[in-house]
Design a protein. Structure first.
Length: 306
């Protein structure tokens, strides 16, 4: 389990831990400003340590969000299936009045891709008066908390992730579902990935995890269900109550998240960019591999015009 840490700070960055295992609120940083290398390094350190960081009262347009995101790395296209809005190819609009916006299921963003994004950056634009919180789980802390035998087994497992999955069945319907699975993407990943920056081991699970390689359907589902029960224990989670202007950055390599859909027909909209990630690697060094679908255009997003 992650050791409790006292509030910390680096140059221009005031880091205040939110829960015992995940989450920190950042004070004293204006994401729209031209940030120094020292501040960016402080933000990155807080992100890698606490897995998700929260910045209140941030005023960002598309160009500002992209500029901030690029301080953390090259950006992908907004979405491998939907792309991005016209003239804003690196953006994904998370609009409750649009198509494909429900995410009320534990998941890792784009885990059906061979190289899921490293980080995701979401800016809140429209906030319902009640509801619409997001839950995050620290899958590195969850891995450390597994019983020894289960942890050793998890180290050996390979899991097929696909956009035609439980996540899709639970959050899409009708034409929206047909559109989402019109292009099928699938990749095989280690159930335990080694973080490319920290070296930590973290569970790679979520709603896009479809089956366990080498196991029958029922046995595979039982394994995934058991691991998910550990990964989403309240001790490893944080729940964030959004306000307009909030900017959240999470480490997609060591977390899962769940957007709570309890706000009825109220409007909720956020704008997200994602930082390109590396191919996953397991404890044994074996990389993740694409099983179906071409991911090249998505990860070339950094070259798209603004």
């Amino acid at each position: 389990m992650t050791e409790l840490m006292a509030p910390a700070s680096s140059v221009g960055v005031d880091v205040r831990q939110v829960t015992g295992n995940i989450g920190a609120e950042i004070h004293g940083v204006d994401a729209a400003a031209e940030l120094s290398d020292e501040v960016v390094a402080g933000l990155r350190s807080a992100l890698l340590t606490h897995k998700v960081i929260f910045l209140r009262n941030q005023q960002l347009d598309y160009d500002g969000l992209v500029a901030f995101g690029r301080r953390l790395g090259n950006l992908t296209l907004g979405h491998p299936i939907y792309g991005g809005p016209e003239g804003r190819p690196l953006l994904r609009e998370m609009d409750s009045r649009g198509e494909g916006t429900r995410a009320n299921y534990w998941h890792v963003d784009f885990s059906y891709m061979e190289n899921p994004p490293a980080f995701a950056i979401l800016h809140n634009v429209v906030c319902p008066p009640v509801g619409g919180d997001t839950l995050f789980a620290n899958t590195a802390a969850a891995y450390q908390g597994l019983p020894e035998g289960l942890r050793a087994l998890a180290d050996t497992l390979r899991v097929i992730h696909c956009n035609d999955s439980d996540f899709t069945d639970a959050t899409y319907s009708g034409t929206a579902k047909s559109h989402f699975v019109n292009n099928v993407f699938a990749s095989e990943h280690p159930a335990v990935r080694v973080h490319p920056e920290t070296g930590e081991r973290a569970l790679l699970l979520g709603g896009f995890a479809r089956r366990v390689a080498g196991y029958g359907p029922q046995a595979g589902r039982d394994l995934l269900r058991t691991l998910m029960e550990y990964a989403t224990k309240p001790e490893y989670t944080v729940r964030w109550r959004w306000q307009v202007g909030d900017l959240l950055v999470w480490d997609n390599q060591a977390t899962m998240h769940y957007a709570v859909r309890d706000y009825g027909d109220q409007h909720r909209r956020g704008e997200r960019v994602t930082v390109a990630g590396t191919t996953t690697a397991g404890v044994d060094g074996r990389p993740g591999v694409s099983v179906q679908g071409d991911t090249e255009e998505f990860t070339k997003g950094a070259g798209a015009s603004m």
